[in-house]
Design a protein around this ligand. Structure first.
Ligand SMILES: [Zn+2]
Ligand SMILES: [Zn+2]
Length: 124
């Protein structure tokens, strides 16, 4: 068991997760200081008791873009935040394309294999 430390990777992953969480909490706290605790879509008001249902949305969907003036942030309740991203998926159409891609991806390898086998059979 010496020399091989299986927990090393876990530790690295845990560290990465921790720093990501720290970064998330960093911009969340800053956004909550800048903006009133109100959902930008449904105008629902929040207090300390339900504040965890108020989330920080990134207008350009880039979580690494956190300007100090908060111009990339929008406070949304969980539901409106969900809707916001759903709308984005529908607008780009990537959701349907991915689903269709999965369907053909599971079929084409076998279709390919079959034609390859058929192709091999014919000359012999
Ligand atoms: Zn809302
Ligand atoms: Zn968002």
């Amino acid at each position: 068991m010496k020399g091989n430390d299986p927990s090393k990777l876990d530790r690295i992953l845990a560290d990465a997760r921790r720093s990501a969480e720290k970064r998330d909490q960093g911009y969340r706290e800053r956004a909550l200081k800048i903006y009133p605790w109100i959902c930008g879509r449904c105008a629902r008001e929040f207090t300390r008791s339900n504040l965890r249902e108020l989330t920080v949305h990134h207008r350009d969907h880039n979580h690494d873009n956190n300007p100090p003036d908060g111009s990339n942030w929008e406070l949304l309740c969980l539901y409106c935040h969900d809707n916001e991203h759903q709308r984005q998926l529908e607008a780009t159409g990537s959701d349907g394309q991915i689903a269709a891609g999965h369907g053909s991806a599971t079929h084409s390898p076998f279709a390919n294999l079959k034609s390859l086998l058929d192709g091999k059979k014919k000359p012999s």
